[in-house]
Every structure is written in C-alpha cells, then in structure tokens.
Write a protein of this length. Sequence first.
Length: 202
Amino acid sequence: MEFLKIEKERFIMVMDALLAIIMTIMVLEIKIPDVESLSDQSLLHELHKAVTPLIGFIVSFGTLIMMWFSHNDLMKDIKGICKPFALLNFLLILTMALVPFSTALGWGYSKTPLAVFLYALNIFLVSAVFSLLYGYSIAKKLIPNSTSQFMKAKRIISVFGLILLAVAMGISFLSPGPALFLTAVIPVAHSIPVVFAYKFRS
C-alpha cells in the first residue's frame, strides 16, 4: 500500500476543521424570530413555529457529533493516509457539508414529503460513505480488525441505522412525520456505545 506523504495529525486537523465549519454553518441557520410588533403573544407564536426546525438542528447536530466520534475512533488506529482513503474522507465531508441545507429543508418543511426524503437521503449517504470508508480501511489493513464488544456494538448499530434511514426514505412520501422520527433515532442509537463505552470496550 502506497501512502501519501501527509502527516496523520495534519490530516486529522484538516478533517476536524472542515467538520467544525459545517457545524458552525448549522448554528448560523438558527434565526431570531422576526416579528413586527414584539409582544409575549406574538413571540410565543413565532417560537412555536420554530420548534420543529430547532428539533431538526438538535438531531442533525447530534448526528454530526456521533459521526465525529466514529471518525475519531477510526483515525486513532490508522497506519497511514493513502490516496483512496483520503478521497473517501473528502467524499464523507462532501455529504456532511449538505447537512445544514437538508436539515433546513427537511425540518423547515416537515410536512412536505420530498423535503423529508431529501433530508433522510442526505443522512443515509453520510452513514453509507462512512461505512464504505471503514470497510475500505479494514479491507486494506489500514486499521486492525477489532473484535472488541465496543466495535461489535458500533457495527451492529451502523447497519441498524442504515436500515432505519432506508425505511425513512421509503415512508417519507406516505408519512413525513414518522420518517423524520426515524432519522432522529440515529444519533440516539449511536450514542449508546459511546456513553457506555466502559461496558463494551475489552
């Protein structure tokens, strides 16, 4: 395997910086309610309308955080940076860069089937590309094929997440609400082995 002449630490810094920019863009999407005549009643009305987009922000932010944890676990054991590995990482960043847009679309128009479908598709692509990146790393022996309970749990949850997202895309045109709920399960499911890491690690 021919490795690129890129320092591992520098590559990680670039990836972290790009992800930080994406998450910052998501934060900037949060807008203060625009009301002509400010009163408690009008403000409450505008805040009520902002509840669903705010939930979407929390879900997507949580998804990106869980993705960072997974990417961090991957990079800890990587032996070197080869060209295909680097390209897959930038493909991952590309799919993640679309998350602020798809979040605003899917959760801002939560009753519109196409908007919800595009959001679920975006999150599915993020998960699928990371799974491809992880599988490539193992196949090319860039990382050891860990058999720890922690990694087994993460793999099971990753497959479970892809299935849930596929179902979410499938039902988005019939029931946009439940489809969004399924996408919200993803960061919660991925947080389980992180929160209880001391139980799973061996």
